[in-house]
Design a protein around this ligand. Structure first.
Ligand SMILES: [Fe+2]
Length: 388
């Protein structure tokens, strides 16, 4: 007889004013030795709640973190970005260090760490928006005010590697002190203007926004557009965008013509370009998430065969569709405690690094995802896509 799971899954209790309708906490999981019954509960929780927080997982081995991550897609084995990170010019390269004995797990964080999991004398660097945004918060306000660094999906978006199903993040070390920051959406920070969006966040939060909410909030016309449009991503997107700059809200890039030209990129193969549905179907609920990596998008392919090629226009369309989804009331900003392992549905949410650490504030995380064995599924058919 199969042994049933004793895992408790507690949906997050968002305040009434909040639009956050995702997230759950599991207080009692033994992730080091996960039974099949436990995993089935976790799988259902993941596709139901999109972000699942496991408490008290300090000391979880990188191997167990990898096994949990891969269990969602057992035939997947390579890190979500594969060898594309070998390219020194990729914007992702400096932020990741690989655990030698479990190379699918990366160490990320901030500050100097003398020894950790076989890595020695590592200097970690929490990405700061001033290195990526077109404008930055003035230095003298930087301690208390911050930005979303970059809203994204973890995905290579070029070549054979399909966007990972899930990503896991384990907080091995978190600076104490309970410092908080105000996250600003706009370049203009004047506090007497109530129309400007801001979000009060814990230092170094990871922010999540639901692609389902983004889709559900659209007008019926925009939902039809989203269901029937395909998104073409740039070739070598993380090198291509390496000189370009982000909007103040971290949701895509401003168009200043700074993207690298084809001759500045590694050799490209048109057959490796990824063109994905704008909406990705949840394998359990069948719901549609509007999932665009807003910084990597290059063209839109519309239902009638039109190709939107003008980059500024492409970005404006994506921003208009996605911006309501990251409104303050729709964002879950996780307040990290040591031992938190956050498992998130990479095909159902967007996420962003937030915040800026001070000198001496050390944080150390383990991150894992694996490229999926299959690409995301969009609306079933033209009939479905048309809503009939
Ligand atoms: Fe990420």
């Amino acid at each position: 007889m199969a042994i049933s799971s004793r895992l408790q899954v507690e949906p997050l209790q968002a305040p009434e004013s909040s639009g956050v309708n995702f997230g759950a906490v599991v207080p009692n999981a033994n992730l080091e030795n996960l039974t099949d019954a436990d995993f089935e509960v976790i799988r259902e929780a993941l596709y139901t709640h999109q972000v699942v927080v496991f408490k008290n997982q300090q000391g979880l081995s990188p191997k167990a973190q990898f096994e949990l991550t891969r269990r969602f897609d057992p035939s997947a084995t390579s890190y979500g970005h594969g060898k594309t990170l070998d390219a020194k010019r990729s914007i992702l390269h400096p932020d990741l260090k690989t655990i030698p004995h479990q190379p699918q797990v990366q160490v990320i964080g901030h500050g100097f760490v003398a020894e950790h999991e076989g890595l020695t004398n590592i200097q970690l660097r929490h990405p700061h928006h001033k290195t990526f945004h077109a404008t930055a918060i003035p230095e003298d306000l930087d301690r208390d005010h911050t930005r979303f660094y970059r809203w994204h999906i973890d995905a290579a978006l070029y070549g054979e590697l399909a966007p990972p199903l899930v990503t896991t993040l384990l907080a091995a070390s978190v600076p104490g002190g309970g410092r908080r920051q105000t996250c600003h959406y706009d370049d203009d920070m004047s506090s007497d203007d109530d129309s400007l969006d801001t979000l009060d966040v814990a230092l170094g939060t990871t922010a999540f926004a639901s692609g389902y909410t983004t889709y559900d909030q659209l007008s019926p016309e925009d939902q039809l557009y989203a269901r029937t449009t395909k998104v073409e991503y740039a070739e070598h997107p993380y090198i291509w965008m390496s000189s370009a700059k982000s909007r103040a809200d971290g949701l895509g890039l401003v168009s200043q013509g700074l993207e690298l030209a084809p001759e500045q990129l590694p050799p490209s193969d048109p057959s490796q370009i990824q063109t994905l549905p704008m909406c990705w179907k949840n394998p359990l609920t069948g719901k549609l998430a509007l999932q665009i990596h807003p910084s990597a998008v290059r063209r839109l392919h519309l239902a009638d065969g039109t190709v939107v090629d003008d980059l500024a226009e492409v970005r404006d369309i994506c921003h208009r569709l996605q911006r309501p989804g990251i409104a303050p009331r729709n964002v879950y900003a996780h307040d990290w405690q040591v031992g938190d392992l956050v498992l998130f549905h990479n095909r159902g949410v967007l996420h962003s690094v937030v915040g800026a650490f001070a000198e001496g504030e050390v944080r150390l995380f383990h991150q894992c995802n694996v490229a999926a064995s299959h690409f995301p599924v969009g609306p079933d058919s033209e009939v479905d896509a048309a809503g009939n």
